[in-house]
Design a protein. Structure first.
Length: 151
């Protein structure tokens, strides 16, 4: 049976998360949290800078579905199908951490070097009054192709 996680992959994931924490502290973020949501197959990075709360959800669904397609659960595995799925999700959450680090590196460097202000760099992910992000609200305002725009 293939191992779902290895110490090397976990080390890289936690190292990437520690690097992101250091980057955010460099630009003045005082509160930083990581949330792994197995049910939603999502990793959330929450941080705050000067009273502005940011929630960055990152999905591991594609990685997990690819893993499960390549290595499907079999009845002769030594764990239940649900446990196997949860391990695959955890592996996906570890795999996406270095990708998130690369994206954050670009955003933080843009802020540090004055290319864009913090608010613009993270605008879609800024939380507003009811714990929704700006992107959550904006997506609802986008007209759908099937909607009648003549009104």
């Amino acid at each position: 049976m293939p191992r779902l996680t290895s110490p090397t992959s976990n080390d890289k994931a936690y190292s990437a998360r520690a690097d992101i924490d250091r980057m955010l502290k460099r630009i003045g973020c005082d509160t930083i949290f990581w949330v792994e949501d197995i049910d939603q197959c999502e990793l959330r990075l929450l941080f705050q800078r000067k009273g502005i709360r940011v929630m960055l959800p990152v999905s591991a669904r594609m990685w997990t579905s690819l893993f499960l397609r390549l290595r499907p659960w079999k009845p002769d595995n030594r764990m239940s199908e649900q446990h196997y799925y949860n391990n695959a999700v955890r592996q996906g959450l570890m795999a996406i951490s270095p990708m998130l680090k690369s994206w954050m590196f670009g955003q933080v460097n843009a802020v540090e070097n004055g290319l864009v202000p913090f608010e613009r760099a993270f605008l879609p992910n800024i939380q507003i009054n009811n714990d929704q992000t700006v992107a959550d609200v904006a997506v609802k305002l986008i007209p759908r192709p099937d909607a009648d725009i003549s009104k």
